[in-house]
Write a protein that binds this ligand. Structure first.
Ligand SMILES: [Zn+2]
Ligand SMILES: [Zn+2]
Ligand SMILES: [Zn+2]
Length: 316
């Protein structure tokens, strides 16, 4: 069977799982697995179709080795093992094939968490995954495979994808509007709340209990599983998640971490914005003794840089 046929079948199976998960929540796990696998197979189909002749589909093989064929050196696929998620990403980057990886990471995170962490398996919570998958599949099939996605997937799959996507988008918009009506310490923190997913079921349909109030005084509810959270329960994980990519770059390439522990409450302190997302306090970023800027890791509730604080302690 061709890779493309496998991809279409896997997506169709996932959508059947979605329908049956209305009655049987255990099917949520196979739904997410099948849809995710289907997307990776679409990607592999693209790599397979770009692989040169006589190379044993080199672009989808994890290992390749050089061979001389007709007096030319060709990189030929070795063994049966095919590329994993990270290798697909690397090869697409190298070939200039653009894909919205942020969206796929979301799908992958949900899939991983549904198998290992969520205590509530909620039918409604998969709508976000299906909506994200819809956008990825639609764009990839039309832009990279140059096919009509509706024709390729078949009417049933297509209609389910479109329906779920539309319902989800509307519900997400309602939640976002309610979050917009609430006062946050900063817009960044607001954005972090909009993209936060419930830790019980994985749904990002989270909305504040009361409109037009202060966020830090508010409670927040998950529309999918009805779990209720305080501001403090959500804010630090949401902000840390929001800055995850920047924190990763700072960690691997050097540079300052965008988030540090708040010197006042221990919550997530956004250094660039001089504000703690949890308690709203602002620490002084300028040393009282020498006037130099206090770097993130030396921030404290008194106003000295690490060097001056050390000198002071020696004088005592
Ligand atoms: Zn939930
Ligand atoms: Zn704080
Ligand atoms: Zn100083």
């Amino acid at each position: 069977m061709s890779i493309l046929k496998n991809a279409i079948d896997s997506i169709a199976l996932g959508l059947e799982d979605y329908e049956t998960s209305k009655e049987d929540e255990r099917r949520i796990v196979s739904c997410t697995r099948n849809i995710y696998a289907g997307i990776l197979l679409l990607f592999k189909h693209k790599l397979s179709s770009l692989s040169a002749e006589n190379t044993d589909e080199a672009l989808i093989k994890e290992r390749v080795s050089p061979k001389i064929i007709d007096n030319k050196i060709l990189w030929v696929g070795k063994g049966k093992k095919t590329v994993d998620y990270q290798s697909i990403k690397d090869r697409f980057d190298s070939l200039g094939i653009a894909v919205d990886w942020g969206r796929i990471d979301k799908i992958n995170d949900y899939r991983n968490n549904v198998e290992h962490y969520f205590s509530n398996l909620e039918h409604r919570a998969i709508q976000g995954l299906i909506s994200n998958s819809f956008i990825i599949i639609r764009d990839f099939v039309s832009e990279q495979l140059n096919k009509d996605p509706k024709e390729l997937l078949g009417n049933d799959s297509w209609l389910t994808l479109v329906d779920v996507h539309e319902v989800y988008e509307k519900e997400k918009q309602d939640c976002t509007d309610l979050i917009e009506s609430v006062n946050f310490f900063s817009d960044t923190i607001k954005e972090a709340f909009v993209s936060y997913s419930c830790k019980e079921c994985g749904s990002d349909l989270i909305y504040p209990k009361e409109k037009n109030t202060d966020a830090s005084e508010n409670g927040f509810i998950c529309k999918s599983c009805d779990a209720e959270f305080s501001y403090e329960e959500i804010v630090s994980p949401a902000v840390i998640n929001h800055f995850e990519a920047d924190a990763y770059i700072a960690m691997t390439d050097g540079g300052d971490s965008p988030i540090v522990d708040c010197p006042f409450c221990g919550g997530a302190y956004i250094y660039e914005e001089k504000i703690c997302a949890e308690c709203g306090e602002s620490a002084s970023h300028e040393c009282d003794m020498c006037g130099s800027e206090i770097p993130p890791e030396e921030l404290s509730d008194d106003v000295l840089c690490g060097y001056c604080a050390h000198q002071m302690s020696k004088d005592d």
